[in-house]
Ligand binder design. Structure first.
Ligand code: GRF
Length: 207
């Protein structure tokens, strides 16, 4: 991968950071032409910070402070110092306002454990399973999308994949399967962004 320019990623997290770990592993293995140049958390106890430290990735704990607008503008300022090509929201549990988003147009990528237009917000996997148990759905999915505005888990879709909900699924088994798929979809999508196979300024259109 010597002739491919590596993309610079800043990853925003609030918790476990299993997706962050998948990105770290893929970039270290060379299957993702990326450098993770910074990890930012709004929570001091996010395990993702420990994961980043283990790999000598610069981290920033950026706690809640001031108004939402002031926080987001200051956060954008800090993130910009890492000079990212893309900002990846990987379990970042805080809505970002335009004060942040306008600094990185078409360069903020979010991951959500549901299909486009379905189950926005928290606990999407639990809600999908509840609906399946009520006979209201047989599948859910995961998606990677751009974040152009303050819409919740909406925005131009870069990739999506369906996940069947099995009759004997528990929350743990479904979550586990979805997590594995999320890791895979996030990596393949970022690889396509890195190698020019996907144009963030002209994202694909899904019906
Ligand atoms: C993932 O399910 C992601 O889609 C959602 O938050 C979760 C983060 O998981 N936005 P992790 O912290 O990467 O393990």
């Amino acid at each position: 991968m010597n002739d491919v320019r590596k993309i610079r990623l800043v990853v925003l997290i609030s918790g476990s950071g299993s997706n962050l770990q998948a990105l770290i592993d893929a970039s270290e293995r060379g299957t993702l032409p990326a450098d993770i140049v910074g990890v930012v958390s709004n929570r001091a106890d996010a395990f993702g910070l420990t994961r980043a430290h283990k790999h000598a990735i610069p981290t920033l704990f950026f706690p809640k402070q001031g108004t939402r607008r002031d926080y987001d503008a200051a956060l954008a300022e800090h993130v910009a110092t890492f000079r990212p090509d893309f900002v990846v929201l990987a379990g970042w549990l805080r809505l970002l306002s335009m004060a942040f988003l306008e600094r990185f147009p078409n360069r903020v990528v979010n991951l959500h454990p549901a299909l486009p237009g379905e189950l926005p917000g928290l606990h999407a996997i639990e809600r999908a399973l509840d609906e399946a148990r009520r006979g209201e759905r047989t599948y859910t999915g995961v998606m990677v999308h751009l974040v152009p505005d303050e819409g919740v888990d909406s925005g131009p879709v870069l990739a999506q994949e369906r996940v069947e909900i099995l009759a004997d699924d528990t929350l743990e088994t479904l979550r586990e399967r979805m997590r594995g798929l999320e890791h895979h979809l996030l990596i393949t999508t970022l690889r396509r962004l890195a190698t020019g196979g996907l144009d963030p300024d002209a994202p694909p259109h899904f019906e």
